[in-house]
Each structure stands twice: as C-alpha cells, then as structure tokens.
Design a protein around this ligand. Structure first.
Ligand code: SAH
Ligand code: MG
Length: 213
C-alpha cells in the first residue's frame, strides 16, 4: 500500500458498484490469488474509458480476463479488445470467462509471450493497458509505442512496485532489484520520451498515464 489506507478505504466506499458478474469474478480472483486491478484503479479506468472512447484496446496481461471484461463494459459498444496472456493455467479460464459472459466477439485473446506477439501486431490501438510482468515493461515499450495511435493513451499499472521504487536499490531484496532498476528506467523513459506526455499517479500500486503526441 503506497497511500494512506484510510483514504483508499473512504474513496472506495463511494463506489457505486460493477455489474454483478464482475463482482463474482473479482471475488474468485481474490480467492485464487490472481492479481487483478484494484478498486481505485477500476474507477480511474472507467473514467479514462468514458473520456477517450477507445475503439481498439490492447491489453498486455489478461490473467483470468477480469480487466478485459471490465473494460468491455465501459468502452464504446462497437469497440474491440485484444489481450495477451502467456500463462497456460490462466488462458483456459480467461477464454471460458469471455465465452460465459458473451464477450467472445468483442475480446480476442492472443496466447503466448507478449515479447513475441507484440512484434507481430500491426493495427493501431487507441488505448493500451500494460499490466504484465513489471520487469518487462521497458522491453515492451518500443512495440507498444509503434502500436499506439497518435493521441492514444498508454496506461501502465503497478509502476511504483508496492513502494519499493523510492527505496535505494540496496534496500530492496535481491530478487526485486532487477525489477527496481528496470521500472525506474521505464518511468524515466516515459517521462523523457519526446513522443509522450506522462503523469505518474500514486493510485493503487502506482499508475502511469502516457499520451502519444
Ligand atoms: N490485467 C489483469 C491482471 C494481469 S496479472 C486484470 O487486472 O484482471 C499479469 C498477467 O500478465 C499474469 O497473468 C501473467 O501471466 C501475464 N504475463 C506476464 N508476463 C507476460 C508476458 N511476457 N507475456 C504475456 N503475458 C504475461
Ligand atoms: Mg496490475
């Protein structure tokens, strides 16, 4: 938790709820320890989706499909989502969820490593949600920028690494040091890239909003 929990609890208490099937899926994700977007992130995403009205969304990191289904509820009805997942155990669950909730037409799951799949994609996307392995964001960035339409929005989740990002590299455990280094490099690049205008928010686990100029 990187912000005062009482603020988060208060703000989340104002939420007016999601469709019931998403509540069920959220409860299932919690029970099975699948890391899905938090309540405060959901609220931000809703607002961004209503603001940007993206017709083509790309998501890196499907997990069991919660955020893709969530986005499908708040994007334009004729919009499409392409989402990438490599974990064999989660792929069938995500597929089943898209089928069960009648979103197969709207959400396309690409199976495999985003490092390879991103290279093959061509169509421009007006909204890209980066939510996969934190240490890889920096490697995905060149393809993500190529795929992002001018005026498009890149939303990167979990960028403050549960607060570790502001610690010295010696204070983070050895296991997290590579992520720490790469995430700092990622944020630096987002902030200094000539094609991007970026704001980093201390919301949820940290989120970066980058608009392509
Ligand atoms: N966006 C989801 C949560 C994603 S959790 C939600 O909020 O509902 C992150 C997911 O990214 C994990 O399921 C993990 O398997 C996947 N992932 C990590 N690295 C990946 C890669 N290189 N290619 C594809 N998927 C990856
Ligand atoms: Mg996340």
């Amino acid at each position: 938790m990187i912000t005062d929990e009482r603020f988060t609890a208060y703000i989340n208490s104002l939420e007016n709820g999601n469709p019931p099937y998403l509540d069920e899926l959220e409860a299932y994700a919690k029970k099975t320890q699948v890391p899905i977007i938090r309540k405060e992130m959901q609220s931000l995403m809703r607002t961004l989706l209503v603001m940007n009205k993206p017709k083509q969304i790309l998501e890196v990191g499907t997990a069991i499909g919660f955020s893709a289904l969530f986005m499908s509820e708040f994007m334009p009805r004729d919009g499409h989502i392409t989402t990438i997942e490599k974990y064999e155990k989660r792929i069938p669950i995500a597929k089943e969820n898209f089928r069960k909730f009648h979103k197969e037409e709207q959400i396309k799951l690409l199976e495999g490593d985003a490092a390879e799949i991103l290279k093959e994609l061509k169509e421009p996307f007006d909204f890209i949600f980066m939510d996969a392995a934190k240490g890889q964001y920096i490697h995905f960035l060149p393809d993500v920028l190529r795929l992002l339409a001018p005026g498009g929005l890149l939303v990167s989740d979990n960028v403050l690494q549960d607060g570790d990002i502001i610690e010295s590299k010696y204070a983070v455990t050895r296991r997290d040091r590579t992520i720490h280094k790469r995430m700092r490099e990622y944020l630096y690049t987002l902030k200094n890239h000539e094609q991007l205008e970026t704001a980093i928010l201390t919301l949820g686990d940290g989120v970066a909003l980058s608009v392509k100029k």
